[in-house]
Design a protein around this ligand. Sequence first.
Ligand code: MG
Length: 301
Amino acid sequence: MGIPSHVKMIEVGARDGLQNEPGTLPTQTKIEFIDRLSGCGLPVIEAGSFVSPKAIPQMADTDAVVAGITKAPGVSYSVIAFNKKGLERAVAAEVSEIAIGTAASETFSQRNTNCSIIESLERTRVVCAGANEHGIRVRGYVSCVLGCPYEGDVDADVVADMADKMYRMGCHEISLGDTIGVGTPGQAKAMISAVAEKVPLEKLGLHFHDTYGQALANIYAGLELGVATIDSSVAGLGGCPYAPGAAGNVASEDVLYMLEGLGVETGIDFDKLVAAGRFITDALGRQPVSKVALALASKGG
Ligand code: MG
């Protein structure tokens, strides 16, 4: 299978990114950030998390953020909802898409979400059923697909089995997360191939982190297999608070630079994306992690 001619980029910076940044931004800054992202032509934007503010204080204002953004036509704004309470908030906020997560490692599941893999799948089943009743689409995350900070290697068949279960529960897409960014391209290919035996390839997304500098190589390996949905975070925002030492998500600017070089269509405006990354890193008072953004900045561009 050749590289897909079109790739759907899913922007996770305003959720996965910001929730892992140490500071909390004003609600209005988040709203402007998300509106800038939609202005780039990104088709799917994660806007926040309907989780307990005690667990993730950075996302306590997600209801206000969702209410305040200017909904761009054709853009899907997705919000994390892990349980019935989160789903109720999603319904109240009239979001069209939510995301729910599980982990392919028992220890990570226990530490990250305080429940076993079996319990997390049961929770997913309940949330999927409730969401479907309200016409809300559900995206399923499987984390630790290429390694776990506590257990080390993760069996690709376990990942495939979890992805299959979540797909059958009604998740419209399964995002495969290398949460700690340890995978390499051969391993990524083997994992994706194992999952694709159970879930249609066009229903799979890749959510890779760049901890060991392998994210773009791993994404390229996925593209070669025909995967056409890539999660990324502008400026490389965020990491994972439960995964010690994990660097941020792969940077959207870097992914887009590679895709443009490959002649892959995304519908995204490169310059506006770089500007959105600059906007949010200025607000956070730090440099982007994106190599592309840093290279352009060093040229004065
Ligand atoms: Mg991530």
